[in-house]
Write a protein of this length. Sequence first.
Length: 195
Amino acid sequence: RSANSRNRVFVEDGEGIRTQAFDESKLEDPSLIIYAPVRVLNNSTIVTNGDQTDTIYDLMKDGKSFEQSLRTRKFEPNFTPRISGILNFENGEFDYAMSILKSNNGNGAACNRYTFSYETPLAGEGRFIHTYMGDGSPLPSFEGEPTWVKISGDIDSFTDMLWNNLNEDNKVSLFVRFIDIKTGKYETRIINKNK
């Protein structure tokens, strides 16, 4: 991560969150690091790694679907894949989808689009998707279906487990939310490396 990318924190913003510079004097280019990574639209929670959160929110508000909204975007100008997720809750039911928009092996002329949908998820199971698979030039984008993960414990133990398993050199902030699908009530935890 660049120094600019490391210079940020998550802060609550209504039902969602936004990023802000940790040290305003060190802020270089805000275009790729200042955005709302989480927004809530009715019974849907939108989570992304970039400013496409607002694109999804605005276009879904106008009647477009999650996938239709993402058709208007592609990977970031620096070729970082755009990762997006949506969680839908209604009448005690729950489903979610995840998307990755990435270059074709570093070729910026092509945008590869993948969406993974999960209906009626099982308790204690989740999926994990990330931007890169390792080092390289260009950095190789995530490949394949999102990785299966076990979800257990309360929100605090789960948050601690996630934070402790992130790469120490590259972790910046973590957002975790547990949502009761029957009531819509939620608990949120935010950890920022910068304090």
